[in-house]
Ligand binder design. Structure first.
Ligand code: NAP
Length: 248
């Protein structure tokens, strides 16, 4: 059984490593090519966009793909839609692997917003903001002149950026102590993040809770799907095993 893993997440790398051990399954992971120095998964990889849903469909046929696993980031909505269309066009099976969103608990001071522009509009003048949304959305805050931003990303944002900003280039995972020190050193009074979910980047939320710093949480884009959906790598491997058994 030949599978295409749409990647760019830790789950996709864990899945590639897991299926590498599975007899009868051959996997190739696809990355968008956004990062200058990506962490590569075990096994075969291809890098770069396909050129839209029809081109993805053609790629699936040319490479005799039996199953697509969409293990992309919950905020990568376009490739998810393309995967739906391309698998429907070609009659290829689709499995969506997506981590559960974070949920506010006791002591959290979260306000949910639906989008980056809404988050930008919600910043109170004079704020000292820890903006931890990756580099792609930073341009939404470029017009916010009344506050100061600590922006953390793996690579430098390439669009416009806020006028009062310090950039930290760093890659997680981070622990709570690291995050609490960052919040204290920069006298942060607001954290802006998106609801990515997962353990790799949640320490900033634990630190914000422990220090009573409020969080503006950007909700995930809606991603309706008719495909089977799982939220752990183990469940994805089980699903693939069952599919393989059914085909024998
Ligand atoms: P997106 O908006 O959903 O996709 C934009 C375009 O990038 C797609 O139309 C596709 O180009 C290409 N693309 C995206 N993921 C791809 C993949 N895995 N393999 C090949 N092409 C891909 O995606 P995005 O938000 O820019 O994210 C890009 C990648 O970074 C994703 O793979 C995602 O898993 C990872 N990532 C995203 C975030 C985030 O916050 N958005 C965070 C961490 C990691 P074509 O139409 O030309 O095929």
């Amino acid at each position: 059984m030949k599978i295409l893993i749409l990647g760019g997440t830790s789950e996709s790398r864990n899945l590639a490593a897991a299926v590498n051990e599975e007899p009868g399954i051959e996997a190739v992971t696809s990355l968008a090519g956004r990062l200058a120095d990506p962490v590569l998964p075990v096994g075969q990889t291809r890098i770069g966009g396909f050129g839209g849903p029809s081109a993805l469909a053609q790629w699936l046929l040319q490479n005799s793909i039996d199953v697509v696993v969409d293990a992309t980031h919950p905020f990568a909505a376009t490739i998810g839609t393309h995967a739906e269309l391309a698998t429907r066009l070609t009659g290829t099976a689709l499995l969506v692997l997506t981590r559960p969103p974070w949920k506010a608990g006791e002591g959290d001071r979260w306000t949910s917003v639906a989008s980056m522009p809404e988050a930008a509009a919600s910043v109170t003048p004079g704020s000292r903001v820890f903006l931890t949304i990756g580099r792609q959305g930073v341009h939404h805050f470029a017009h916010v002149e009344h506050s100061w931003f600590l922006v953390r990303a793996i690579d430098r944002p390439d669009g416009p950026v806020p006028p009062h900003m310090t950039l930290v280039l760093d890659r997680g995972p981070f622990d709570e102590r690291h995050e609490a020190t960052l919040l204290a050193e920069h006298r942060i009074d607001l954290v802006i993040t998106k609801n990515s979910g997962g353990d790799m980047t949640r320490a900033k939320l634990d630190a914000a809770r422990a220090t009573s710093v409020p969080v503006l949480m950007v909700d995930r884009p809606a991603r309706p799907t008719a495909a089977s959906t799982v939220d752990t790598v183990d469940a994805a491997v089980d699903w693939l095993r069952n599919r393989l058994l059914a085909a024998i």
